[in-house]
Design a binder for this molecule. Structure first.
Ligand code: WTA
Length: 660
């Protein structure tokens, strides 16, 4: 295990608890009985949860774990995911209910009802089919937060094609890797996007990415920035199609086909401990069941009453499960916002909450800490009295931010749900239940009813209260990943080999039980960093750095950062022939940062790059990141006895000091 940072020590001294309000508890979706029911008969519990969905053919078996770790849930069942998220709400008489209150960054808005969403998704499904997209084909989507992003995802689901959404901030190189690995047939993007008040190109980056790509037949382009964009979007005749030309001409009638419960729904790439991102595969019936179940109970969502807003981007799993699938399956009315939280001013989110009467708000700790920095005077200017449930996801939330969130956004009473989960888990796994749980600032607390999590030591023994170790999931769950795209071995190796004898899923997070047996997440125990809730592997950034001609070797660590959780700090050794003075100058360091942004994306830009003469390595040649983290966090350097050459740390420190 990585050693604990001082911030985490403070976190564990936190002892405040906030019991649910009586009024809230009286109306809550979740009840204390839910857990008892799940514990009594897990399969029966999940079978009941699956009844939230419309099945064209009922399943014959809840779980088939005989091919572990490849699970099959609701075996033999057939359903259409898009029908469940859209059509059935129209059929039950809610066609006029707003599904999406969309807010563009420049201030334009669109309200889309379920009836309209059904038409749009049907047209897009017909359009994709007209291009030859069939069930099982892969469609890559790189789009900002505009309605077409959601429509495109649902249209894929409707025809059984897998979507592969790539975050808009990823570089052409990163997009290309994800398009190639998944063999995407179609790419969907936009001409440009509004970002901080300016129109920035999107299509141009996609074109750069697709140069020479073998599998892509068509590129569909949504017009968003139009003439606001400097210069026209580049165009390849015969390959590129405007969304409006293609989709608007289609019929709004489309018969959704029922697919097997285990039919693949999407691939979503996430960082692992090696440089190559993993294509996490999710399937249909179990995924949608758990997304809907958790959205209903964790957010206490009431269809037709609540206005929900999850501030994530569809480029991440939170956007998949808690903007698209869970909420829409539950007939949500939700806000989708295109832009950044401080455009054109720092009250933008609260202005939107006030305008639409948002009642459930789900965001990330990094943004909460940013709001704290901007000051409580900003939210104070707005009427936030409609907010009744607040959520947090992406990284451990520090108690200070938790309390600020509760006091300044939740009027001192809205329950906060700190939700732990991963791209791999597909849906929320550990979280308080609003109206049931007495919440604790900084703790995600208990596995949800129907889910089983444990904290174990190296020998797979569960630790006692007060003890720390590794977080494992010891029983299969409906929305679990079904594999890594095209790499079964890596799937088994990454998640199932650490505790192979016990058959535990190894999450890669450190965790601790407090005296009440509640779980506190302590961050990753592997070489994955968490920057503003985004997973980035140290190896990925290291490979990007060494691909620069001046760099011989690089080591990257995540150092704690007051706003972003972790910040990326890189140590680089320059090549022998590089002009050391010039290459370690400010300009050269900036060039390296830009190089990483170009290779991976701006989110992976190191906060700090230090040029060093040596890197600390063990005798077997493994870089001791622990020691570099000490340097990056300005701590006294820890135990160096396992270093091959213990003077290396002196060399690094003295070099850095002389730089100052
Ligand atoms: C971290 C995001 C503490 C954790 C849904 C996990 C959290 C990784 C929490 C997954 C939380 C997520 N408390 N840590 N509430 N939520 N994490 O795949 O390290 O982008 O393994 O999924 O984020 O990140 P991912």
């Amino acid at each position: 295990m990585t050693e604990q940072s001082p911030a985490l020590d403070n976190l564990l001294k936190e002892s405040r608890t906030f019991p649910p309000g009586e009024e809230f508890a009286a109306q809550a979706n979740a009840t204390a009985e839910l857990r008892a029911e799940a514990d009594a008969d897990r399969d029966a519990f999940w079978a009941k949860q699956a009844e939230r969905l419309h099945w064209d053919t009922k399943w014959s078996q809840v779980l088939d774990w005989s091919g572990a770790p490849f699970a099959k849930w609701f075996v033999g069942g057939k359903l259409n995911v898009a029908y469940n998220c859209v059509d059935r709400h129209v059929e039950s008489g809610h066609g006029d209910q707003v599904a999406i209150h969309w807010v563009g960054e420049p201030g334009d808005t669109r309200d889309i009802t379920y009836a309209q969403l059904k038409d749009e998704v049907s047209k897009a499904a017909n359009a994709f089919a007209s291009l030859g997209v069939k069930a099982g084909d892969v469609v890559a989507i790189q789009l900002q937060m505009i309605p077409e992003a959601i429509i495109a995802m649902l249209a894929c689901a409707r025809i059984g094609a897998l979507h592969n959404v790539v975050f808009g901030g990823f570089s052409p190189t990163a997009l290309r890797a994800r398009v190639d690995d998944a063999a995407a047939k179609i790419v969907i993007t936009s001409d440009g996007q509004y970002r901080r008040g300016k129109a920035a190109p999107m299509k141009a980056n996609v074109d750069e990415a697709l140069e020479g790509a073998k599998t892509v037949e068509k590129v569909i382009v949504v017009r968003r920035t139009g003439s606001d964009l400097e210069g026209d979007a580049p165009w390849t005749e015969g390959r590129d199609l405007w969304w409006h030309d293609l989709v608007d001409a289609q019929s709004a009638e489309h018969r959704p086909e029922a697919f097997d419960s285990e039919h693949p729904l999407f691939i979503l790439y996430t960082s692992g401990t090696t440089g190559k991102p993993k294509g996490i595969l999710h399937t249909s019936g179990g995924y949608l069941t758990q997304a809907a179940y958790t959205h209903h109970n964790v957010f206490d969502h009431k269809a037709g009453e609540d206005v929900y807003w999850c501030t994530a981007d569809i480029g991440w799993v939170t956007g998949h499960s808690y903007i698209v699938y869970g909420p829409l399956a539950n007939r949500v009315t939700q806000v989708v916002y295109e832009g950044t939280p401080n455009t054109p001013h720092e009250g933008r989110h609260w202005e939107i909450v006030q305008k639409y009467g948002v009642s459930i708000y789900y965001t990330a700790p990094t943004l909460i800490r940013t709001f704290m920095k901007w000051g409580k005077e900003i939210p104070e200017k707005y009427d936030l009295s409609t907010l009744r449930v607040l959520g947090s996801v992406g990284e451990p939330i520090n108690p200070e931010a938790w309390i600020w969130y509760r006091e300044n956004i939740g009027a001192g009473k809205a329950p906060i749900v700190d939700t732990w989960w991963q791209t791999e888990t597909g849906a929320i796994m550990i979280s308080p239940l609003p109206g049931v749980t007495s919440t604790k600032p900084g703790s995600a607390q208990r596995a949800l009813p129907g889910i089983s999590a444990k904290v174990v030591d190296d020998q797979a023994q569960e630790v006692g209260n007060g003890g720390g170790g590794y977080l494992v999931l010891d029983k299969p769950w409906p929305s679990m990943l079904r594999g890594i795209w095209g790499d079964d071995e890596r799937f088994k190796e990454t998640y199932w080999s650490r505790f192979a004898d016990q058959g535990f899923y190894f999450a890669g997070d450190g965790a601790k039980y407090d005296d009440d047996g509640d779980i506190w997440l302590l961050g990753r125990v592997d070489d994955v960093m968490n920057v503003s809730g985004h997973r980035i592997s140290t190896t990925e950034v290291e490979s990007a750095l060494v691909s620069h001609p001046t760099v011989a070797e690089a080591a990257v660590v995540g150092a704690s950062d007051a706003t972003t959780g972790q910040g990326i700090v890189a140590f680089v050794i320059l090549r022998g022939n590089a002009d050391k003075d010039a290459a370690s100058g400010e300009e050269a360091v900036q060039a390296l940062r830009d190089h990483v942004a170009k290779e991976i994306g701006p989110i992976a830009k190191p906060r700090q790059i230090m040029v060093v003469p040596e890197l600390p390595k063990t005798r077997s040649g493994k870089i001791m990141r622990r020691l570099l983290r000490d340097v990056a966090e300005n701590r006294e350097v820890g135990d160096v006895t396992t270093l091959a050459d213990s003077s290396v740390m002196d060399l690094i420190s003295s070099g850095l000091n002389s730089d100052k």
